[in-house]
Design a protein. Structure first.
Length: 400
């Protein structure tokens, strides 16, 4: 039996958008729709997959949204502001007292709109914290710590956190920076990690793998996914430069974002023989692509702890591959790597350490590490996460 209160999910990214955020929000919306009425305010136009339509599925309302490229900061900011404003008015129309509004930190102005609309309509609100703004912009050196914009955003965050009923973190390292805001309280924080979308099982290094068979090197180092402002493409390329005279090691790179454009620019200038690019890999080919490499790199800039968590991390473990993570040791992914013996944690900015980690990986016991990776991935389970989200929604509906 469905409860009287409904759930309104606000997300710029939702299927048919192919992003990780879209997939995560759709999984949550569909799971919660099993027990409650769910309305999704989506900024991604297009036809939904058949698996997400019909009885017992969320009702999706399209919000007009024009997304500029990530490099066009001013245009992107204006587009996101318009989307947040349109979503605010849609929330005012949809929300009723006793409802729950759920959103995510993309774009960063959306949570403010959701928190205010929920408060005005007597509803409860929850935020899934993928990236903490403005902290992530300070880390990427787009904003200065003491700038007027940074201080204004921090003041707005304190008010927002006071208004929110729950903040879901996907990393244990997020609690410390969250509690630096005056409006945040520890009892509002819920830790629900993301999950692997691939079935955990060690995939063999097959010689006929379509992404591997064209490369003659014995040891393939992979890089995949979106490289945004929080990532450091330079350290990957500099490590490849340091290893260019070691023919057994080759870099296989595929992805998108401003960081990948920088990698392509660097390769166009240097033309390293041990670097290859692959076009963005479709979801149907993701498993084969992840199984093509012996080792995967996740290259963060410094000060990433608490402000960003790599969602791709869990699928790398699911296929049984170790990782070389460029990050501070207290970051969530770094803690998981060290606690479970899943690879190497490299100091941000130290390309020499990354090159050394790759050399070490090429000589390590791959079978033992693959077994540990798969075992760790199995703990990051979709069902466990979905049940945690459903439990939180029930709690918010029961407790004004």
């Amino acid at each position: 039996m469905q409860s009287q209160g409904k759930i309104v999910v606000a997300s710029q990214h939702y299927p048919p958008d192919p992003s990780t955020t879209a997939a995560i929000m759709a999984e949550i919306a569909c799971r919660v729709a099993v027990d409650h009425e769910v309305v999704v305010l989506s900024g991604s136009p297009g036809e939904l997959p058949a698996s997400q339509t019909g009885p017992g599925k969320p009702r999706v309302i399209a919000i007009k949204n024009r997304m500029a490229g990530k490099a066009a900061l001013v245009q992107r900011g204006l587009s996101e502001l318009l989307f947040a404003a349109r979503t605010f008015f849609a929330l005012i129309r949809e929300l009723r007292a006793g409802d729950v509004a759920l959103t995510v930190t993309a774009p960063f102005m959306l949570p403010y709109a959701v928190a205010v609309a929920a408060r005005l309509r007597g509803a409860r609100s929850a935020l899934i914290m993928h990236d903490l703004f403005p902290d992530v912009l300070v880390m990427a050196e787009i904003l200065k710590p003491g700038s007027l914009v940074t201080l204004t955003m921090r003041a707005a965050n304190s008010l927002m956190f006071r208004a929110l009923n729950a903040v879901i973190t996907i990393g244990r390292d997020a609690e410390r920076p969250l509690l630096s805001y005056s409006g945040m309280r520890r009892n509002k924080i819920r830790f629900i990690p993301n999950w692997a979308t691939l079935v955990p099982a060690a995939r063999p290094l097959a010689p006929d793998n379509p992404f591997r068979k064209a490369l003659s090197a014995r040891f393939i180092v992979g890089l995949s996914g979106n490289l945004g402002f929080t990532h450091d493409p330079e350290i990957v390329f500099e490590a490849a430069r340091l290893l260019k005279n070691e023919p057994d090691i080759h870099f296989l790179l595929s992805g998108w974002g401003i960081g990948f454009e920088r990698l392509k620019q660097l390769q166009a200038e240097a033309n390293l023989p041990n670097v290859s690019f692959v076009a963005r890999v479709a979801d149907a080919e993701l498993e084969a692509f992840l199984a093509a490499a012996n080792l995967w790199i996740i290259p963060y800039r410094k000060d990433v702890a608490g402000v960003s968590v790599p969602s791709r991390f869990y699928n790398l473990l699911a296929v049984g591959r170790p990782v070389a993570l460029v990050s501070e040791p207290e970051a969530e992914a770094a803690l998981t790597v060290v606690e479970n013996g899943l690879g190497w944690v490299v100091t941000p900015g130290r390309a020499d350490q990354l090159a050394d980690a790759i050399r070490a990986a090429s000589r390590c016991d791959a079978a033992a590490m693959a077994e540990r990776a798969v075992k760790a991935a199995a703990r990051f389970d979709r069902t466990t996460a979905m049940n945690a989200y459903a439990g939180l929604i029930d709690e918010l509906l029961r407790n004004p």
